[in-house]
Write a protein that binds this ligand. Sequence first.
Ligand SMILES: [Zn+2]
Length: 263
Amino acid sequence: MIKWKTFAIGWSLALALLLFAQHKSTMPDQTPYRTVVDLTHDLNDHSPNWEGTEQSPFTARELGNIERDGYYSRIFTTQEHYGTHLDAPAHFARGMWTVDQIPPERLVRPLVVLNVRSKATGHSDYEISVQDIEEWESRNGEIPSGAVVMAYTGWEDRWSSLKAFRNAATDGVPHFPGYSLEAAQFLVKTRNVVALGIDTMSIDPGASETYPVHQFTAKESVYQLENVANLGLVPPSGATIVVAPVKLENGSGGPARLLALVK
Ligand SMILES: [Zn+2]
């Protein structure tokens, strides 16, 4: 009897393993989404940094390797605002949410992509306008309440070059596209957005010295996503974004994995 039981349990386990293996291999076909687009740049030591220093704010050092230790492991350091990352409202407004405090329901939202690439090309100081939003809405309907709105300026094409991505003039002032304050106010006040994102280093235009869009949105509990990748691969409307920042206690922001779920 015991032997039979052992046999039965063993056989069940074998069957479960077989089914699990099959399940794993068939998973991609069973997703309810047509595709998942990764909106995240690789986190490494050769990405553009805000200060424009040759020395990267990111380092990674090996702690263990498989030949020597039997396992692979590293220690890394990074700025909170480096690579594809999230700015928490606490970054610009005292007492507002730090990155770990942003409610999770604000991190899985409808995704809206404002494609201003043709307007921004050749205009480094381009500011996303209320008119850009109106043009989007005339084609796609009103922006759904509680969305994450991204601006696709095409600036991500410069990602591999620190110099081109910061685009500093001879006086040291960077120049790259961002949101106008009017557009941000419109999106927050009338469309109830939870976040603004962009494929440049900042939702404020590069030449801004007072960061009015950061100031305004932070006080409204709206978070920001910067250095976003692959926005040209997602539709203007209909996708869902999963925003997964590192849950860093007291963080003013942090590296984030951004995934667009496209139906
Ligand atoms: Zn930031």
